[in-house]
Design a protein around this ligand. Structure first.
Ligand code: ADP
Ligand code: MG
Length: 255
């Protein structure tokens, strides 16, 4: 469904005029299948967020392609309303001047602009916001709040409501629960699980946290130094081969 094929990405290193380039992604090939939660797990700096931005069509690969249902995600029409994102830093990923209600409606408006066939009268849009808030466990009093009035967990729930508002086929979640307190993390992970079966979506769950990944994912891609080291189904996790995956796994077992 969302396929990454032989993707390479490098950035210039050491300022704008430098000729040195750092190769961040090295021939990455992977696929997120319909309805699955695919975990991308690796240490900080391994290139996970870069891969996430490429899967969202926010940046162009140097080589290789990212396709959604066979079509290049660099084409905006292919991804709008179909692929959503939830990022780690809710305070910077939310516009501080938008109310919760407006933030949730923004992707729906973008979708309507791009695909004129998807029109929704104002009243229906307002009812949809109420429904989305209820689905993420927030009452309607949140509608007129601003991001600074929300706790971390509440803000992340709003970001999730926003992400599901267009009923996408896939959500890319980059460290979506990593900055939350552990008890809140579990609540948000449970919410994500229940929404996934309600909407039949796929998730690409990017994290450095193997425990969270093992909880929510169906398959895990161990990512190291810009490369796929190993891919394994979660129920097969104890049979991982590579030393790197074993090292990360040890942490899970010691918990
Ligand atoms: N826009 C960018 N410009 C230059 N270097 C970048 C950029 N984005 C990421 N990098 C570099 O790519 C490497 C991988 O970063 P990132 O994808 O954020 O890894 P991760 O999410 O696994 O921590 C890092 O060394 C980082 O400095
Ligand atoms: Mg990252």
């Amino acid at each position: 469904m969302l396929t990454v094929e032989q993707v390479e990405k490098s950035y210039t290193q050491g300022g704008m005029f430098s000729k040195q380039r750092q190769q961040v992604l090295k021939k990455v090939t992977l696929e997120c299948r319909p309805g699955e939660c695919l975990g991308i797990i690796g240490e900080s700096g391994s290139g996970k967020s870069t891969l996430g931005r490429l899967m969202l069509g926010l940046e162009r690969p140097d080589r290789g392609t990212v396709r959604f249902e066979g079509q290049d995600v660099m084409n905006r029409r292919v991804r709008v309303g179909q692929i959503s994102a939830v990022f780690q830093n809710y305070t910077s990923s939310m516009n501080p001047f938008l109310t919760v209600q407006d933030a949730i409606m923004e992707p729906m408006k973008a979708q309507q602009k791009t695909h004129e066939s998807v029109q929704r009268p104002q009243k229906a849009a307002a009812a949809k916001v109420d429904m989305l808030l209820a689905q993420v466990g927030l009452d309607t009093s949140y509608k007129l709040k601003y991001p600074h009035e929300l706790s971390g967990g509440e803000a992340q729930r709003v970001c999730i409501a926003r992400a599901i508002s267009t009923e996408p086929r896939c959500i890319v979640l980059d460290e979506a629960v990593s900055s939350l307190d552990v008890s809140v993390q579990i609540q948000v992970l449970q919410l994500l699980k229940s929404l996934k079966s309600l909407y039949t979506m796929s998730y690409v769950f990017i994290t450095h946290d193997i425990q969270a990944a093992a909880y929510i994912c169906d398959r895990l891609v161990f990512f190291r130094d810009g490369r796929v080291e190993e891919t394994i189904a979660v129920e097969q996790l104890k049979h991982v081969q590579s030393d790197y995956a074993r090292k990360l796994l040890k942490h899970l077992i010691s918990l």
